[in-house]
Each structure stands twice: as C-alpha cells, then as structure tokens.
Design a protein around this ligand. Structure first.
Ligand code: PNS
Length: 157
C-alpha cells in the first residue's frame, strides 16, 4: 500500500489543487492532504477553515483524507508513515522553489518528493489570484469548488 502526503497552503483550495488530488487518488492507495503554514505567505483563512474547505471538496474521494498541521512537512510525513511527499507543478517558475524544498526535505529525512504536472486547463490558477478576484468582485465560481466560492463570498461580502 502506498500512502502519499500532499502538503500545501490551500488558502483556499482551488480546482488546480483538486485536479492534482483526483489524479493522486487514482495513482496511489491513500492520499493525505494537509493544509500547512507557509511562512512566506500571509494566511487569509485559518487552518481549520482551510481544512473544512478541503474536506468538502474531496468528500467524493474515498481514499483521500484531510488534515491540518502547523509544523514541518517531514514530521507529518513521519507521523503518518507517508512513502512520498507529493507536489503539483504548474510552470517552470514553480520548479526552483519546489526542487529546493524537495531536496531540503530529503536531506532532513530521506523522504522523496514526487511531482505531478498540472493540466494546462488549470495551470494558471493560484490561490492569491482567487483571493484578489473575490475581493474586487470578480467571478471565481468556475475556478473553485462550490463550497469554496460560498465561503469566499461570505468572507469578502
Ligand atoms: O501551497 P504552498 O504555499 O506552495 O505550500 C508550501 C508548504 C506549506 C508546503 C511549505 O511552506 C511547507 O512545507 N510548510 C511547512 C513547514 C516546512 O516543512 N518547511 C520546510 C520546507 S523545506
């Protein structure tokens, strides 16, 4: 049985993340999606709100579980017995930072990171753009799960 850990900010989860999760659910026996703290980003939603949105968005996937964790990815990977860390890649610009994190995590714990490329139909999606669009009245309903669109409207009015 292969268990993978898919960590991210997910602030909020969007359809690009969901596509990676659905692909991972087909490729691996168990997928643990974890919303975590990225110290380089200011959080908008609390970790428990992000976790709830991820849960709503993935409830149709039987081998996917969701959790939040305010610590190191390698510690969570060890705690849950993950075989691999999984990340999505949208563009070459994602690669440099992702490679460095993968190497850091591998050096610290020996775990390897696998990358799944985004489909071109969702490779432009980013949580920061979803937040901007919602904040200034744009329509993001085709870019995020329905429950996220609802929570975004509630948050931004
Ligand atoms: O969706 P993001 O913002 O690209 O995800 C980045 C995230 C949350 C996976 C990264 O910031 C992270 O791993 N945070 C947890 C703390 C940690 O393990 N930091 C060391 C990374 S080498």
């Amino acid at each position: 049985m292969t268990r993978v850990l898919y960590p991210g900010s997910f602030d909020p989860v969007h359809n690009g993340h969901l596509e990676i999760i659905e692909t991972a659910a087909k490729l691996f026996d168990e997928v643990v999606v974890a919303t975590m703290v990225n110290t380089a980003k200011d959080g908008v939603f609390d970790l428990d709100e992000r976790e709830a949105m991820l849960q709503e968005a993935t409830e149709h996937l039987r081998n996917v579980t969701v959790r939040m964790f305010a610590g190191l990815v390698v510690d969570l990977a060890a705690e849950i017995g993950a075989d691999f860390i999984l990340k999505g890649l949208r563009a070459v610009s994602d690669f440099e930072n992702e490679l460095q994190m993968a190497q850091m995590n591998n050096a610290a714990s020996g775990i390897h990171t696998l990358f799944i490329p985004s489909a071109s139909s969702s490779s432009f999606l980013a949580s920061k753009f979803i937040r901007d669009f919602t904040r200034f009245g744009g329509d993001i309903s085709k870019m995020v799960p329905a429950s996220v669109a609802r929570r975004m409207r509630e948050r931004y009015g």
